[in-house]
Ligand binder design. Structure first.
Ligand code: SAM
Ligand code: SF4
Length: 357
């Protein structure tokens, strides 16, 4: 059997588990009603997390019963179904993906598709578990990881994430670099929290050789704080940075919504993800699937297709195809986020950690 056979899990690791085999058939490419071609899947492998970032979830976040979450075999089967329809880039996310038991088995199995029908396998992580997984990720074929880091100040980190884990995260980032992984740092820009620190955070990241991307906070799920108090528009951040540094627009695209500049003084690249101050939906090339197999065609919408039911049906291949067809038909033209009303209900009830960031 050759490397792209679609066998999971790696037979030498988990002989006792079922083996899922890809049919090898390729279906038609995924194109939505607005002629956007879908080539990118963000697959959440857990809704659980070892941090509690104040903008992401409440301290007393209710996690899903484990029985509702897809098994690693099902996640692999699902990814295989998307790859067969032309998805070439796969990002594993969560919750915190590296807290999921045996998650490296999934990376190893998916990594076998690289160079065949999968071009890129990546990860978004908070970095707390990265030090112990960085080498294995690199061995699996992962080349790039996104690490979320909103502050370099230990106390601020502990207050923001409600866990005192900054040293662990910095170790993780260093381990990823040492393993040869390209690291991109993602920071949510938060009014009055890391606002003043952003230039230092960017300069530090660039000094370490990492790209940095800033993100506008989005009204996803209830959190303890008022969203509007957290919101820092990135157009104003960019203007402030432009007074300090020379910012040159560059055409870099990493397949996501970020617009990039090069910072003359640091020599590094800085991205801006601006759901509010610069809509990017026209170029959307992605779908998202939660750890329970719910496909959300848009992060900012309630449209949903239940792929777990399809996977667990007596004709998974056919029902998966029907589910994808439905998702393409209902993928909205744009997200429905608004960030202008104090005390408003979240635009979308589910948290970012549920959909997969
Ligand atoms: N736990 C991993 C992490 O933090 O990187 C992966 C999942 S997390 C939900 C993915 C990304 O979503 C992180 O960069 C996080 O900062 C961001 N995020 C979470 N809630 C957000 C929100 N309400 N608005 C904007 N970004 C958010
Ligand atoms: Fe966890 Fe990531 Fe959400 Fe922070 S942003 S609570 S690390 S899922």
């Amino acid at each position: 059997m050759n490397d792209q056979s679609g066998t999971f899990p790696p037979p030498q690791r988990r002989r006792d588990l079922i083996v899922v085999r890809a049919s090898g058939d390729r279906g038609p490419p995924l194109v939505d009603a607005f002629q956007r071609r879908i080539t990118y899947l963000r697959l959440s492998v857990t809704d659980r997390c070892d941090l509690r970032c104040a903008y992401c979830m409440p301290e007393a976040m209710q996690f899903l019963p484990k029985a509702e979450v897809l098994t690693l075999e099902e996640l692999y089967q699902l990814a295989t179904g998307f790859i067969a329809r032309g998805v070439t880039k796969l990002r594993i996310t969560g919750g915190e993906p590296l807290v999921r038991r045996d998650i490296m088995d999934l990376f190893t199995a998916l990594g076998r598709r690289l160079g065949h029908d999968l071009q890129e396998l990546t990860l978004t992580t908070n970095g707390t578990q990265l030090a112990r997984h960085a080498d294995a990720l690199a061995r699996a074929g992962v080349k790039r990881v996104n690490v979320s880091l909103d502050t370099l100040d230990r106390e601020r980190f502990a207050a923001l994430t409600r866990r005192d884990c900054l040293p662990q995260v910095l170790d993780g980032i260093a381990a990823a670099k040492a393993a040869g992984l390209k690291v991109k740092l993602n920071a949510v820009a938060l009014k009055g929290v890391n606002e003043e620190e952003l230039p230092d955070l960017i300069a530090w990241g660039h000094g370490q050789g990492h790209d940095v991307t800033l993100i506008e906070v989005m009204p996803l799920g209830d959190v303890e704080e008022e969203r509007l108090d957290q919101y820092l528009p990135l157009d104003s951040v960019r203007s402030a940075l432009a007074e300090r540094w020379t910012l040159r627009d560059i055409p870099l695209s990493t397949g996501g919504p970020a617009r990039y500049v090069e910072v003359g003084e640091t020599g590094g690249r800085l991205g801006f993800i601006t759901p509010h101050t610069g809509n990017f939906c026209a170029g959307c090339n992605r779908l998202r699937v939660t750890a329970t197999g719910q496909l959300y065609p848009c992060l900012g919408g309630g449209e949903r297709v239940d792929l777990r039911a399809a996977l667990r049906s007596d004709d998974p291949e056919r029902n998966l195809a029907l589910g994808l067809q439905e998702a393409l038909a209902i993928k909205p033209e744009k997200h429905h986020f608004r960030m202008d009303a104090r005390g408003a209900d979240p635009a979308v009830a589910r948290h970012m950690s549920t959909t997969g960031g």
